[in-house]
Design a protein around this ligand. Structure first.
Ligand code: NAD
Length: 248
């Protein structure tokens, strides 16, 4: 039976690839993002390829907006099988004292409060379907590079939350897992690499990855699909690195 999947941050990057991979497998995909143009484009491309998708403008840091997303998804497709918390922002590599309080609060709201909101609001529907949650963390949480303090902390919070929720939701048959990608080529790359000399920084990062390249959105989509599938039925509370060996 076709499942219903919510993917946040689905207008570009990992979210776009994740949404398209679920749609290709025959699932109905609800795309959520603040980027209306990108979200409509991705939904249109999925439908043109014969898939089922819908875009809903959603600010994942706003409780009313996320509740509207959950309600619209259930009206549209009857329930929720998988929630992928992917929307996120970062900051360029800077010392922590260059991150002011407003930026700190914004990054925590988009990267972590969002996961609390989406999860608490989706739990009743996920319980009914014995569904799964997949959170997009980052290898930065446990292996930070210079200048990534606040971003790394949001992803650390996400990994702890994943493990704690896995315990809490296991009796209901709901699995909660995460992935930790290494630096990858997406819309976020310019922030990750900074502006000083992005190409030199890229080579520097690649040199620390045993498989010798940055990640790609398709690398992440494949593992997220696995964590949402029966093939991973006995996995919960894990955070799988997708990092070409960087964390060895
Ligand atoms: N690219 C990397 O190197 C990398 C590495 C590890 C983890 N990640 C994580 O992967 C996830 C996806 O990032 P990406 O690399 O695809 O970047 P991206 O910038 O291409 O995608 C992020 C998406 O989130 C959306 N978004 C931002 N704020 C939002 C909000 N308030 N509400 C809803 N949507 C919002 C953006 O519009 C965008 O479409 C993020 O959580 C990021 O932290 C990225």
């Amino acid at each position: 039976m076709a499942r219903t999947i919510i993917v946040t941050g689905a207008a570009s990057g990992f979210g776009e690839a994740i949404a398209k991979s679920f749609a290709t497998a025959g699932d109905a995909v609800m795309l959520a993002d603040i980027n209306e143009v990108g979200g409509q484009r991705v939904a249109g491309e999925i439908e043109a390829a014969g898939g089922k998708a819908r875009f809903q403008y959603t600010d994942v840091a706003d409780a009313r907006s996320t509740q509207r997303l959950i309600d619209t998804t259930i009206e549209w497709s009857g329930g929720i099988d998988v929630l992928v918390n992917n929307a996120g922002i970062t900051h360029p590599p800077v010392p922590v004292e260059k991150i002011d309080e407003a930026e700190f609060e914004l990054i925590f709201a988009v990267n972590f409060k969002s996961v609390y909101l989406m999860t608490t609001q989706a739990i009743p529907a996920l319980r009914k379907r014995k569904g799964a949650i997949v959170n997009i963390a980052s290898i930065t949480a446990e292996h930070p590079r210079w200048g990534q303090s606040v971003y790394a902390a949001t992803k650390g919070a996400m990994i702890s939350f994943t493990r704690a929720l896995a315990i809490e939701l296991a009796p209901d048959g709901v699995r909660v897992n995460a992935v930790a990608p290494v630096a990858s080529l997406t819309g976020m790359t310019k922030d990750t690499l900074g502006s000083a000399d992005p190409q030199a920084r890229r080579r520097q990062i690649e040199a620390t990855i045993p498989l010798g390249r940055l990640g790609e959105a398709s690398d992440i989509a494949g593992v997220v699909n696995f964590l949402a599938s029966p093939a991973s039925a006995f996995l919960t509370g894990v955070c799988l690195p997708i990092d070409g060996g960087r964390s060895i």
